[in-house]
Design a protein around this ligand. Sequence first.
Ligand SMILES: [Zn+2]
Length: 139
Amino acid sequence: MKRRVLPRNYTHGDILKAFEDSYIPEPNSGCWLWIGPVFPRRGGYGAFSAGPFIMQRAHRVAWQLYCNPIDKAQHVLHKCDNVSCVNPQHLFLGNQALNMRDKALKGRQQEGWANPSYKHGGYVGDKKNPAYPPGIGAV
Ligand SMILES: [Zn+2]
């Protein structure tokens, strides 16, 4: 994928054009399927860089381009459960708790060790008696 270069005085239209070149509408589901680069280790979400957006998740950019600005604490979630979809009509705003519940409901939540963000979950120990999770010894 060629890196897109915007004109020095890029406009909202230039960014929109760059974004719109990166998906194809899927007529049956109505999903806008991202065909640009993706984050393979972050759930396969599309990655978008142009103008003020630097390596942002594409569906978050979609929300910001077509709906409203968001802050980092806000999550953009998929109604259609298709991580490569960037149709703002298939997205909704939520927070971390809602995101987790949504994932769990849709069976996307990875449990324990399978989850890359899992960090010794509820295990608490001290220096003398480290309560390492099973399978991980003290170093
Ligand atoms: Zn969709």
